[in-house]
Design a protein around this ligand. Structure first.
Ligand code: DGT
Ligand code: CA
Ligand code: CA
Length: 378
């Protein structure tokens, strides 16, 4: 059995998810009758009735030229002929709730999950997809379906070998898009695009690049790095130069409380019962336990992940009563999660098996007696 660790930076698969017209879509979720109407979410400054700017608008309103950042007064004049246009004030607390519930659905699809801002996130799915962009595309389709079904939200997704390309990809076919950029195509794929497509390259940088004769990402890739450094400084120039060639090594960084430890192994042959997987389960548990011990972390949730021969994923987790550093607690929780899953799944063929520890905290100073007593309880 080969236990696969994190992949090197050269063979990653990263997924970027961006919620469509987010604040306006949140308003549509709680008032579905708004869906067919232009919806404009506004930041009212309160100075006069209409002073302030548009935060975002749904795609119906965008057809009339309404977009983020324009004055509310301008948006109203663009929609003057449309009697059913709706202008709403921000409700940030509600948007955060919608965001959190969608993010928690999405995070279950990731080896590593990084929440960025209220409406986007990155997933490292290298292990989960076993290095295959086809599998990663299937996962992305599942994410979209699941978020649609459980949170009534549409999103645009990009799948690529790094964060920079994944973000470019998710932006290409909005709304409700899914775009895959495979490593071999990356440089060619982006060469014809405007340099402004590179995340972080805003209108001002675009203008300065334009003055140097650089319009497309391909122009940037051909431009002399040393001249670029003279213009923009080493850090920015190196970032832009690498980006133009499709290179970006920024890791997906798990945020504190969402940290997890996961290992997935490919079984020697497909398994149809939990008893056939017990040996593998033990070894994978040992492996994640070792990582937790090395990092001095205790765990409270133990999950198993089954990847079937048709590439469907099934996950189930068990919460221990208290944080634990005990191998027996880990192993018996994983074992019972596996038994239950196989019992309920019916006839399935399991190709790959994974164990995930989450709800992690520093184990230094932990009461080992309590831990011993909690062994096996969950
Ligand atoms: P899209 O293009 O379908 O992703 O549309 P949004 O609205 O989701 O756009 P995005 O992803 O750039 O921004 C996410 C949220 O952030 C958006 O729903 C409202 C807010 N936002 C974006 N741009 C602005 C802005 O210029 N001003 C203000 N106040 N809020 C903004
Ligand atoms: Ca968005
Ligand atoms: Ca966004």
């Amino acid at each position: 059995m080969i236990i696969e660790g994190p992949k090197s930076n050269t063979s990653r698969i990263i997924t970027h998810v961006d919620f469509d017209y987010f604040f306006a879509q949140c308003e549509e979720i709680r008032r579905p009758e708004l869906r067919s109407k232009p919806v404009v979410v506004c930041v009212f400054s309160g100075r006069t009735e209409d002073s302030g700017v548009v935060s975002t608008a749904n795609y119906v309103a965008r057809k009339y030229g309404v977009k983020s950042g324009i004055p509310i007064r301008v948006a109203k004049s663009k929609l003057a002929e449309v009697s059913d246009a709706v202008f709403l004030p921000l409700d940030s607390a509600y948007y955060s709730q919608v965001s959190e519930s969608a993010m928690s659905i999405i995070s279950s699809y990731a080896d590593m999950f990084e929440h960025v801002g209220i409406d986007e996130c990155y997933l490292d799915v290298s292990q989960r997809a076993a290095g295959s962009f086809d599998v990663a595309k299937g996962l992305a389709q599942n994410i979209k379906q699941d978020v649609k079904k459980q949170a009534s939200l549409t999103c645009s997704v990009g799948v690529a070998p790094n964060k920079m390309l994944a973000k470019i990809a998710s932006d290409l076919h909005k709304p409700d898009g899914l775009t895959v950029i495979e490593p071999d195509d990356a440089a060619r794929f982006i060469a014809g695009m405007d340099v402004g497509r590179i995340p972080g390259v805003g209108p001002k940088t675009c203008e300065r690049l334009g003055e140097l004769g650089i319009k497309t990402i391909g122009d940037l890739a051909k431009f002399d790095l040393f001249r670029l450094i003279e213009e923009f400084g080493k850090k920015n120039a190196t970032y832009m130069h690498n980006a133009s060639k499709g290179i970006d090594d920024e890791p997906v960084v798990e945020s504190g409380e969402k940290q997890q430890i996961m290992r997935i192994a490919t079984l020697k042959s497909d398994a149809t019962s939990s008893s056939e997987m017990l040996g593998d389960l033990y070894e994978i548990c040992r492996s994640v336990f070792q990582t937790a011990t090395d990092r001095r972390l205790s765990f409270k949730t133990v999950g198993v992940l089954l990847i079937l021969d048709n590439l469907d994923n099934i996950t189930r987790s068990k919460s221990l009563k208290v944080h634990s550093t005990n191998f027996e607690s880990l192993h018996s929780a994983a074992r019972s999660a596996l038994d239950e899953t196989m019992r309920e799944a019916g006839p399935v063929k399991v190709r790959r098996l994974g164990v995930r520890l989450s709800d992690l905290q520093s184990s230094e100073g932990q009461n080992t007696m309590l831990d011993f007593m909690s062994s096996g309880d969950y």
